[in-house]
Design a protein around this ligand. Structure first.
Ligand SMILES: Nc1ncnc2c1ncn2[C@@H]1O[C@H](COP(=O)(O)OP(=O)(O)O)[C@@H](O)[C@H]1O
Ligand SMILES: [Mg+2]
Length: 257
């Protein structure tokens, strides 16, 4: 199987606001190497500020000021535009647009056929739990529905790679749980390659084929844990002794950062 993402020895620093005259830089990512196979679900887990969102932006091609190499399906996003499905930490739905026109925004931007996508969208709206809410505005939805709308919009972007930055970070515990169950189900049916950022241990173990643990800034990958539970996965796995073992490994890795 092909590697969908190849990241080799990536280092990233930002200029730091400093006192007059001094050039200072803040090292954010240190020697990051990782690869994702096609249709693999990989979580990046690490403390706040360790560079997770920064890494996703580099992979999405939104920032090319780094050293090392990033290849997406063999293409370097510094050299050629690569389409990926990218969802920011916030849902970023536009409040004045309806759910439907928010979801179809990427199609509009890419000048695709709204009619064609509208047809494709019908069954997806029901799978994403949004059927009947097409004409609502974002403020009329629950938090979980807003996230599902944002995920559906992301899913409709071109590209077979999904970059999800803490998509459930702002949700209450119960909604988060429902969204995790729902995402497992959706992903198992629709399979895309996913790089998923989270700081939630259980979420990482439940959803992923592999969990990569990052250190404090400058973020390094300090531990890689393959999660070998069979799919389809059910939430009951959380009670499995093997689940606790995985969590234990992550906690141990995080204790040494
Ligand atoms: N545009 C920027 N300019 C300067 N520093 C930044 C910028 N974006 C992020 N940083 C810094 O990079 C570090 C990592 O940020 P981020 O990638 O958002 O962390 P995480 O997503 O892991 O919480 C933080 O210390 C942050 O202040
Ligand atoms: Mg972040």
């Amino acid at each position: 199987m092909n590697n969908c993402i190849e990241i080799r020895q990536v280092n990233k620093s930002f200029g730091k606001p400093s006192k007059k005259g001094k050039e200072e830089s803040l090292s954010v990512l240190a020697d990051i190497s990782l690869s994702l196979r096609e249709n693999e679900f990989v979580s990046l887990l690490g403390p706040s500020g360790c560079g997770k969102s920064t890494l996703l932006k580099l992979v999405a091609g939104l920032d090319s000021d780094y050293t090392g190499d990033i290849l997406i399906n063999g293409v370097n996003p510094k050299e050629q535009h690569v389409s990926v499905c990218y969802m920011l930490q916030k849902d970023c739905l536009m409040p004045w647009r309806t759910v439907l026109s928010n979801i179809l925004l990427p199609v509009e931007i890419q000048k695709g056929s709204l009619k064609e996508q509208g047809e494709r969208l019908k069954p997806l709206l029901s799978e994403f739990g949004l059927e009947g809410f097409e004409n609502y505005r974002p403020h009329q939805l629950s938090g979980g529905m807003r996230q599902r709308a944002a995920l559906l919009r992301t899913y409709l972007m071109k590209g077979d790679l999904m970059l999800l930055d803490e998509p459930f970070g702002a949700l209450d515990e119960l909604t988060r749980m429902q969204m995790q169950n729902w995402l497992i189900d959706i992903w198992e049916r629709h399979k895309k390659t996913v790089l998923f950022v989270t700081h939630n241990l259980e979420e990482a173990v439940l959803l992923s084929d592999r969990v990569l643990v990052m250190s404090n800034r400058p973020g390094k990958i300090i531990c890689e844990i393959p999660i070998t539970f069979k799919r389809p996965r059910q939430r009951e796995l959380l009670l499995d002794p093997a689940f606790l073992e995985y969590k234990g490994k992550i906690i141990e890795a995080l204790a040494n950062i």
